[in-house]
Ligand binder design. Sequence first.
Ligand code: ARG
Ligand code: GLU
Length: 709
Amino acid sequence: MKLLRLLFLFVALPALAQQGGMWIPSLLKGMNEKEMKHLGMKMSVQDIYDVNHSSLKDAVPHFNGGCTSEVISSQGLLLTNHHCGYGEIQSHSTVEHDYLTNGFWAISQAEELPNEDLEVTFIVKIEDVTTKVLEGTQALDEKARVQKIQQNISSLTKTLPKESWQENSIRTFYEGNQYMLFVTETFKDVRLVGAPPSSIGKFGSDTDNWVWPRHTGDFSIFRIYADKSNRPAAYSKDNVPYKPKHFFPVSLKGIKEDDFTLVFGYPGRTTEYLPATAVEQTVSVLNPAKIEVRDAALKVMDGFMRKDNAIKIQYAAKYASIANYWKKWIGETQGLKKTNAVAVKKNQEKEFTARAQKASKQAQYGNLLADFETNYKAIEHYSLARDYFTEVALRNTELLTIGYKLYQLEQVYKNKGAQAFNDRKANLIASFESTYKDYNKNVDEKIFEQLIALYGTKVPQQFVPKELAGVDYAKLTKEVYTSSKLTGFASVKELMAGDADKAITALNADKGYQVIKAMADAYFEKVAPKYEELSLKIAALQRTYVQALLELSPAEARLFPDANSTLRVTYGKVKGYEPRDATYYEPVTYLDGVMEKYVPGDYEFDVPEKLIDLYNKKDYGQYGENGKMPVCFIGTNHTTGGNSGSPAIDAKGNLIGLNFDRVWEGTMSDIYYDPSICRNIMVDMRYVLFIIDKYAGATHLVNEMKLVK
Ligand code: ARG
Ligand code: GLU
């Protein structure tokens, strides 16, 4: 085994090196096609993206702007992750019909559940409009340039041709070096068809989040409805199932190590072309600060949640959401260190400088790296203060977050007068009702005490308002939480009652409000203006840097544009990895692993009885393999947040898996992709079908699909 792996290292490294990258489907180049074929792909790039014929892209809509989904039947059946459909599943759940806990399966189309705020967007066409967007911007300074581009984009969006039921949108690529038009169709009648119980769809919950080996059946099923002409329409009972231009056949053949995989979806944001100095700042200054704040908040929550079931229910979703990126940042920081990302970037910068010299481009590009250095140094304290403000006030201390919304309301009063204030106030107060439903004053008080002390001591002192500098934080906390009206719905309503003047006066006398107001005033006066000024400079440098990379890099450099929530292709293969010395992770997990993790009654690791039964009887139908039931697998596809729900596709265009996460050791791939430890996590389609068919008995859904055996 060991020898085999060694051999593999020598033989397969060049192939691994051809991986990473999130490519624009309409611009897949000869190089991409060659790499994909080398990795085993049997399709052509036209099969993936084509404007005149149906292609894979026609089956991959953006799911509510945040996740990805794919069409899996001729009748608009749609697959995405359980965590992507979570809000919808939750919204249909009641105590009597607890679909989150027990799962949901529509027996017929009549039982499918409409969702008010859910939409999916297909891409009809992608087109390069760079020249048009940059028209008239050549002689302008940075600020005027940004404005002119905005103007051009908004007029082009209106005037470029499209059908009446379609939309145009223009997005920037390569940090402003390229602009692409997307013609899209958005369907607004999308109904819930099925979801497994959370004990399958969310198995392992926060403990297993970002972790391999993984055993989560993270899927849910919807159906797209259209009007009688198969076009987008608002919900109507007369709508009919959407007939897609393409849908994915589902493969039952299974996967094994080294098989080709392609993941097609909407990655949100990456920063792969940061200079070394910026990566260094992320690793040693910004990530540790954000992690420390969330660490403190999570510890407080956890303490309460373990002792009190009501608090556990109130805070479970908040905890999961705060923990998600907290855990990601920890993995990212460690990964960047372990792979020496900063040193690697420094080396690349040396090569870059040499190339600029050789091409006699010093005048144009020679100062870039030094300018990055100066500006990142200059912005460091501002970025740090901004991260603390965001994490402490806007994100993790509820009293401050609520207070900040009232602060914005006070600004409305100052800038727009009493009428605007009153309109906004009514909506805001109404929205607080659900906020306070899940609010616990004792939890929040303990979080405040910890986080406000971090703010007062860790934010660069010139930005700390005097109210928070060098004070007794325990005493301040006591004062706030014994007197502030922001700790309950009824008292906030009472505080804000009456006309605008009265409400504003009362608000300003509130101790809790005074704290957030002092923080926000200091932030907007001392941090934000300079931060924005420097950010604009850095963005201009970044644009020039990426332009220079595009211009000077050798052909084989594989420069892909950073993720920007547009449709991308990433490809690789099924592959295990070595997370640390003497440890090797296999690329496939099985139902046996679910049973190994099983903790009866546990909120993360309970297993439904029916699933245990099926396991004991090894009753896997046509979905098992050699008497075992595959559950999840990993690959070298380069994914990020937003790729949740993305189809994992085999060499011939069949669906083999559903992307839902990345491995913890490789979460630094947003900044630096290293094929040795970066892996995406997918649930095996055979497990999805097994759960639908054998576990839930929703065989009619499987019958609707096209299975490839
Ligand atoms: N880590 C995945 C993502 O970034 C899954 C998050 C949802 N699951 C959870 N346990 N919080 O979105
Ligand atoms: N869970 C992520 C999502 O919701 C995908 C994981 C990642 O960041 O790669 O998009």
